[in-house]
Design a protein around this ligand. Structure first.
Ligand code: AMP
Length: 618
């Protein structure tokens, strides 16, 4: 049932519950909405404060949690119980992060390399999703405080390269924070939306989104057409960002003063102050030619020129990533129509200039780069709320989805161009007596034989209790959620055993491949129909041979010699027909065998039934 919220600020009833957009960042997070009056996206902030909430969670000795600026202030002095960059851990196992383990100054549990990591604070263990949920809870409370209305629904952004586990963990974090996560949106898609890209149905554009934040760099190449965003490629460096610029400035100052780097490790207060001074210098140098400050009475200066020599190698690194991303997308620089800047570090003029030069066009930097992703998430939220009727950010399945059935046939459960989210289910059964397992092969494509389609996943439903062939009822269900994640579940309905698997349907499929698959399905349509008919006939013939043989063996005592001989001859004829690739001949022989076996099969069944009835009467 829909909830009705009361807007305490205006005293009016809000029929439509507000849906917020959240940028859950590695360094900072924030929440945005579409302003109900101006209909423009705004980042929410308390009076005289920043919209950014540092993505830092602090636990005190009693387990009390603080999030944001207050927690950030304790990063250096209480490293073991102040958690930053939880986003780098989300949906990951220790194996995944082992090579960067020294980055984390808190305890990341390493005793089970395979399963998802946990963080230890005191004697408590937290999953990255729980840690992120504290940040989301803070954002939810902030939004409720500012809007004076309950906030229960959100759109949350994630990097385009996040896999299913990471997207799922982000959803879980939302749930833990008491938020109904309506959609997980790619950060570059959200940033593009904030620039108004993709809001017109007929728009076709190729967009490069350059995101240089506090700790990470991402470049994504997107294509927008028919209101659908597609990620063509992503690249980046998960350990490159504003923090590295700050560090470079600190190193420069230490070098100038002849102070050993080790001094930082021994004096955490000094380390904290000099880092803050470096960040302040960096920010000042975005608009000034020189920074002059002091620390403990000593002068700290740096000119823009020196600053730029420090930053240049980092910017060059990002250019290498941009080149790779273009290559992976199969595009040249001239194919890019728009370049969007995201992340606080893109405020550095050298970054903007270099990227403009590389792409040979002015970059889009008019929207606050710290807020642009959250603003885009708010736009997406508004579209989901149905307030923006002109836009239909409709996601559809580009190809049909189905499973392999007998003889290698494709059995489609969700047809191409179906709207997502979507679900479908169908029942299957076993074809051998006592069959305890069933292989579920999941395919994508338009051809009738799975061998001509794209295999997405395969799993086994095991532990089906022994039953005669045809008796188990295995329901296979497909569920594609709004994030494009397909969950395939197989359940044997009589015993209740089940198994499922998650697949990302559109993964790694380029436009060219998609087009080819569709073209092939048209080119080979006639052959495909013929092949399907033949395979179905063969399957039917093989099954009939099998059941007849079993039936005859079991009931040999009830059959006459003539019946036995006629059956054997018809079976032989069918067997021979199966070797000829002609469905009509197979059908004829199937019919012939049925004609012979039907009379005695019915006779024997009648006897069995009356026998059973008598048995019951006793
Ligand atoms: P984000 O992760 O997008 O919130 O980016 C935060 C990063 O942007 C931090 O490293 C900030 O120091 C940096 N930043 C913020 N403002 C500026 C600025 N004016 N010039 C350079 N870097 C900035």
């Amino acid at each position: 049932m829909a909830k009705i919220a009361i807007n305490l600020a205006t005293g009016s009833l809000q029929k439509e519950e507000i849906i917020v957009g959240i940028d859950l960042g590695t360094t900072n997070s924030l929440v945005a909405i579409i302003h109900p009056d101006t209909r423009t996206p705004i980042a929410l902030k308390e009076h005289n404060s920043s919209s950014l909430v540092p993505s830092v969670v602090h636990f005190d000795a009693y387990g009390n949690v603080t999030v944001g600026e207050q927690a950030k202030a304790l990063l250096i002095t209480e490293p073991q119980n102040t958690i930053f960059s939880a986003k780098r851990l989300i949906g990951k196992s220790y194996n995944d992060i082992k090579s960067n383990a020294s980055f984390f100054s808190y305890k990341v549990i390493d005793d089970n390399n395979q399963s998802l990591v946990k963080v230890q604070v005191g004697n408590k263990f937290y999953s990255p999703a729980e840690l992120s949920s504290f940040i989301l809870k803070e954002l939810k409370q902030r939004a409720e405080h500012i809007l004076k209305t309950p906030v229960n629904k959100a759109v949350i952004t994630v990097p385009a390269y996040f896999n299913d586990a990471q997207r799922q963990a982000t959803r879980d974090a939302g749930k833990l924070a008491g938020l109904d996560v309506l959609r997980i949106v790619n950060e570059p898609t959200a940033a593009s939306l904030a620039y108004g890209l993709g809001l017109h149905k007929d728009e076709e554009k190729t967009i490069a989104v350059y995101d240089l934040g506090g700790g990470t760099f991402d470049i994504s190449i997107l294509k927008i057409s028919n209101g659908i965003f597609e990620v063509l490629s992503t690249n980046g460096d998960t350990y490159l960002g504003g923090d590295d610029i700050d560090n470079a400035i600190v190193q420069y100052w230490l070098q100038q003063a002849g102070i050993d780097e080790e001094a930082l490790k021994e004096n955490s207060a000094f380390a904290q102050s000099i880092r803050l001074a470096a960040e302040a210098a960096k920010i000042k140098l975005s608009t000034n030619d020189i920074f002059e400050g002091t620390l403990n009475g000593d002068a700290l200066t740096i000119t823009k020129k020196v600053f730029e020599t420090l930053v240049k190698p980092m910017v060059d690194k990002t250019i290498v990533c941009c080149t790779s991303a273009l290559k992976d997308a199969g595009l040249a620089i001239k194919d890019i129509d728009v370049v969007v800047m995201v992340g606080g570090s893109t405020r550095v003029p050298l970054v903007k200039e270099t990227i403009s030069n590389f792409f040979g066009r002015q970059v889009n930097d008019t929207v606050n780069p710290d807020e642009v992703v959250a603003l885009g998430a708010a736009i997406q939220a508004d579209i989901l709320a149905g307030n923006n009727k002109e836009v239909l950010l409709l996601d559809v399945t580009p190809l049909s989805l189905g499973i392999e059935t007998m003889g290698g046939l494709m059995d489609v459960l969700i047809t191409r161009n179906s709207k997502i989210p979507n679900k479908a289910a169908r029942q299957y059964t076993t074809h051998k007596d006592g069959q305890s397992g069933m292989k579920i092969g999941v395919y994508q494509g338009e051809r009738d034989m799975v061998k001509d389609n794209r295999k997405l996943a395969e799993f086994n439903l095991t532990g089906i209790p022994g039953m005669p062939a045809g008796l188990p009822k295995v329901e296979v269900s497909f569920l594609i959620n709004a994030d494009g994640i397909l969950v395939v579940k197989a359940k044997e309905l009589r015993s209740g055993i089940e198994q499922s698997i998650e697949v990302k349907a559109q993964e790694n499929l380029t436009d060219g491949e998609l087009e080819k698959m569709l073209m092939d399905s048209i080119t080979y349509a006639k052959e495909d129909i013929a092949t399907r008919a033949l395979v179905e006939a063969k399957t039917e013939g093989e099954q009939l041979l099998e059941t007849t043989e079993k039936f005859v063996q079991k009931n040999v005592a009830h059959l006459s010699k003539e019946e036995m001989m006629a059956t054997a001859a018809a079976m032989q004829a069918l067997q021979l027909a199966l070797t000829l690739n002609d469905k009509d001949i197979i059908h004829t022989k199937v019919e012939a065998l049925n004609e012979i076996s039907r009379p005695y099969a019915e006779r024997i069944m009648d006897t069995a039934i009356s026998f059973a009835m008598k048995g019951r009467a006793v």
